[in-house]
Design a protein around this ligand. Sequence first.
Ligand code: SF4
Ligand code: SF4
Length: 165
Amino acid sequence: MRKVLKVLVSNRMIILSVLGVLLYLGISQFHISLWYILAAGVLLGIIFGKVFCRWVCPMGLIMEMMMSLSPEGKIRQMYQYHKIGCPIAWISGWLNKFSLFQIKLNTESCKNCGICDKKCYIVAMEPVKYSLYKPKMEKPGNSYTCSKCLQCVASCPNGSLKYKI
Ligand code: SF4
Ligand code: SF4
């Protein structure tokens, strides 16, 4: 299962590109109602948390491409924009706390190496508030901004982080 997750995470941009273009074509050529897209985004949010933005959304694809061209300071601005702009992001971000799948830490096997935190853009933005492994700090996976890139889970060398029910 961990191998599958690693393959998915390392190919996330390809998956996002394919699904994003398909969704765009579905809306523009086949006139799929935005209400259906909203319902699908919320359903995905209930099961997986805020996966829509970084795995499915054509707008998310454009934003990621722009972010990859931007200096560090722009990343935060783009995320702020995303928060304001999209009802799927509002709802599924809120659902990060309650979704069936959650990012879980096994404190017994964790070696406190910190690799997971180095991969997380939320920790990079607010290192004094968030950590995936440090006790007493807020878990970024529960925050509104976590778009389930799952870099943290894929990067843990000994499988101490899992994305599971
Ligand atoms: S999935 Fe992990 S690395 Fe990605 S934003 Fe959420 S907590 Fe950070
Ligand atoms: S990468 Fe894994 S072992 Fe290292 S601190 Fe994070 S959870 Fe612990």
